[in-house]
Design a protein around this ligand. Structure first.
Ligand SMILES: *[C@@H]1O[C@H](CO)[C@@H](O)[C@H](O)[C@H]1NC(C)=O
Ligand SMILES: *[C@@H]1O[C@H](CO)[C@@H](O)[C@H](O)[C@H]1NC(C)=O
Ligand SMILES: *[C@@H]1O[C@H](CO)[C@@H](O)[C@H](O)[C@H]1NC(C)=O
Length: 401
């Protein structure tokens, strides 16, 4: 069996290269095929007995296409790019490896996983090399989100369980020293929160090899799945009694606060129990919830990390039950709403600095309809989504000032 975590071609980069070399529809088809590939290979991993030779044949064919694609890309770029040259060599090497895949044992397949992860990062660097305008992480020198890339489907959750639809994943948004590359994940088959897994870096996440695991003790369990990790601390909604909680991963100490104004009547479209939605951006830590007073409209509160109290509160005009989710970027709240089955729309923004609201329309492609955790991470300017059991991320592009 084989599990190719990064088998999904990074869509946004493809899109960019597509523009670069005027490829038309071919890449799109290719991309969809790779999407299928990811799911097929994940199935192989879960159920090795169902292995069929045909799957390997297809895998080989698709890798050959991948190779041809990069070779075409290479030719169509006028100036030679050392990045692309080495990328080509690596893909070629990988094709050779996959040709021998059937004789490989499990530990060798781990090597392939890492190779795919490396490849994905190389492609990312390729894009950065060719990309002109960008905002440095941490800088809010822009006028808001312009667009969001196509989804990058990383892989199915670490339990390899498509039934674990309620969860979240991401990166620490304000890592402490030594944990700059840490990723986290938690999920369950119901919207209850029982545990968190931590991975020292991206490769470990892909290999599902966590360095630690925190099971929430009885009485500390959570609900809803809008948790985040910020400053080596998990912020989540405790279930019973209802309150906001944090688990300091450094000290393993729990703290709690009642959020008097937060209502337990209004949740987001796709999941019950989502009363507190935590978010971290360039300005710090926030929590969003609907209030009875505002008849279900979302309020935003800025959290003071030291005291675990509120600094200030704002009320928006986004009606929570119609929203898919919400997140903060540079002190601006963005709310989404369902479009069609595979599209979510970022439709509303509220700036806490100017108290200005805007109705906007930025599409967000989804792999599957339902998702329960969507948040922004200011360290890499990506959106992280937990999409029906799959890890998905997006690059965010901003409007120039
Ligand atoms: C490709 O494979 C060859 C031989 O196995 C190896 O020497 C070379 O370093 C590999 N190149 C890359 C870029 O991985
Ligand atoms: C913000 O952007 C403007 C125009 O792009 C530039 O002139 C200015 O120096 C930038 N400021 C900072 C703090 O980066
Ligand atoms: C977590 O605990 C460590 C060690 O006690 C402390 O230094 C740090 O400030 C705590 N972080 C938060 C967010 O409470």
């Amino acid at each position: 069996s084989v599990f190719l975590p990064d088998s999904n071609f990074p869509a946004d980069r493809v899109q960019h290269m597509q523009k670069l070399v005027h490829y038309g529809g071919k890449l799109d088809i290719f991309l969809r095929e790779l999407n299928d590939l990811n799911i097929r290979v994940a199935m192989l991993d879960r159920n090795p007995d169902s292995y069929i030779k045909l799957d390997f044949e297809l895998l080989r064919i698709e890798l050959r296409e991948f190779e041809a694609l990069v070779s075409q890309l290479k030719e169509s770029l006028n100036s030679s790019s050392p990045m692309l040259d080495s990328l080509y060599t690596e893909i070629h090497n990988m094709t050779l490896i996959v040709d021998q895949l059937e004789t490989f044992d499990k530990s060798n397949l781990e090597v392939i996983r890492i190779e795919f992860a490396k490849l994905q990062r190389k492609l990312e660097e390729c894009q950065k090399e060719a990309n002109g305008f960008s905002i440095l992480p941490g800088n809010c020198n822009h006028t808001g989100i312009m667009s969001v890339s196509k989804p990058m489907v990383i892989q199915i959750n670490a339990h390899l369980n498509p039934g674990y639809k309620y969860g979240g994943w991401g990166k620490d948004s304000k890592p402490v020293r030594g944990y700059e590359s840490m990723y986290w994940y938690g999920a369950y088959s119901k919207p209850s929160v029982y545990e968190f897994y931590l991975y020292s870096n991206y490769d470990k996440l892909i290999q599902r090899s966590s360095f630690t695991h925190h099971g929430l003790p009885q009485g500390y369990e959570g609900a809803g799945n809008n948790y985040v990790v910020h400053g080596n601390t998990v912020y989540y909604q405790a279930a019973n009694p209802f309150r906001m909680s944090k688990l300091n991963l450094t000290s393993s100490v729990y703290s709690h606060r009642h959020v008097t104004r937060a209502s337990e009547k209004f949740t987001y479209t796709y999941s019950p129990n989502q009363y507190l939605d935590f978010s971290a951006d360039e300005k710090g830590l926030w929590v969003m919830y609907a209030t009875e007073e505002a008849k279900g409209k979302i309020a935003i509160a800025k959290i003071d990390e030291k005291s675990f109290g509120f600094e200030e509160e704002w009320t928006t005009n986004a009606y929570k039950p119609l929203a898919g989710n919400a997140f903060m970027v540079c002190g601006v709240m963005y709310a989404t709403r369902p479009g069609d089955l595979n599209t979510e729309e970022i439709y509303y923004s509220y700036d806490t600095k100017t108290k200005e609201e805007k109705y906007i329309s930025i599409p967000l492609q989804k792999l599957q309809e339902n998702f329960v955790n969507l948040h922004y991470n200011p360290t890499d300017q990506k959106l992280y989504m937990y999409n029906n059991g799959y890890y998905v991320s997006y690059n965010v592009r901003f409007n120039k000032e």
